[in-house]
Write a protein that binds this ligand. Structure first.
Ligand code: ZN
Length: 293
């Protein structure tokens, strides 16, 4: 009998050990629920979730707000329970208590990843704009802060008047790393191709404590500003770590490895301040994009 119980206890502890090894260490929350019709959040969020779970670093919850114009006073995600929040949200202003909880979360060291059009959310919310560093659309212009671009070998803040946010038609573009010593970019090739996607440009905002990790050149003949636009950058806000990943207009573009890898590394860095993920063998080269099915 003793032996039988002993074996059972051993079996249970092996199961517990296996569970402890398998349980992802970090908690991520994706926020969605509204966006402009061209941003299919119902079908992009599951892909974002899948990419986070594929790292085996995150369990992922999704907080979906009420639809546009509906009463959102009960929308109160428990941000503080997470290591990283990923926003796939653009829409109605959150209730005051939710705004306050979010700012406190980031200020106290929470991680935040701004995905694609989340940079257009909340033009009227001062702290949100400080947290995201650069934003676009929603009436943003020179009153909201400078453009930040790569010019003549350095990052330049440009306060000239003009719109905040814009892009030409879908086009393939190359990302160029401008800060190779950051955990998110360390070990990645200097230049790598992305698939056809929207190339966000003319972003502007407070741009405080902002580090541009990668830019992409937006040619005038393809609807761009003729500038090297920031498409991957970090912002420090209080104790919090924020990363903006401008890529990924529809679910299709989210399968480009030039999106997946920076996104996965951004989430880990935002959550922990470190990146433990190896560079995968299917990483794109300077002239050829790669896609994961
Ligand atoms: Zn888009």
């Amino acid at each position: 009998m003793f032996h039988k119980h002993g074996m059972m206890a051993l079996g249970i502890s092996i199961l517990l050990a296996a569970w402890a090894v398998a349980a992802p260490p970090h908690k991520a929350l994706i926020v969605d629920g509204q966006n402009v019709p061209s941003h299919d959040w119902k079908n992009t969020t599951p892909v974002l979730k899948k990419h986070l779970e594929a790292t085996k670093l995150f369990t992922v919850d999704v907080a979906t707000s009420p639809a546009k114009g509906e009463d959102n006073s009960g929308f109160k995600p428990n941000f503080a329970a997470y290591d990283v929040v990923v926003s796939n949200y653009q829409g109605d202003l959150w209730p005051e208590a939710t705004q306050k909880a979010f700012v406190e979360y980031v200020n106290n060291g929470g991680g935040f990843v701004v995905y694609h059009f989340a940079c257009a959310a909340f033009p009227q919310w001062k702290e949100y704009n400080e947290i995201i560093g650069l934003g676009g659309w929603g009436g943003r212009n020179e009153k909201d802060g400078p453009y930040v671009r790569w010019k003549d070998g350095q990052i330049v803040r440009d306060t000239s008047p003009g719109k905040g946010g814009g892009h030409g038609p879908m086009q393939p573009f190359q990302l160029v790393i401008r800060e190779p010593n950051h955990p998110i970019t360390q070990g990645l090739p200097e230049k790598f191709m992305h698939v056809d996607d929207e190339l966000y440009g003319w972003l502007r905002g407070p741009a405080k404590n902002l580090t541009v990790l990668a830019t992409a050149f937006a040619p005038k003949e393809l609807g761009g500003a003729g500038e090297h636009e920031p498409v991957l950058f970090t912002v420090g806000y209080g104790q919090g770590r924020v990363v903006q990943v401008a890529l990924g207009h529809t679910p299709k573009e989210l399968y480009s490895v030039a999106f997946i890898v920076p996104f996965q590394r951004a989430a880990e860095w935002a959550a922990t301040g470190k990146v433990t993920q190896a560079v995968p063998s299917d990483f794109p080269t300077a002239d050829k994009a790669t896609v994961r099915q």
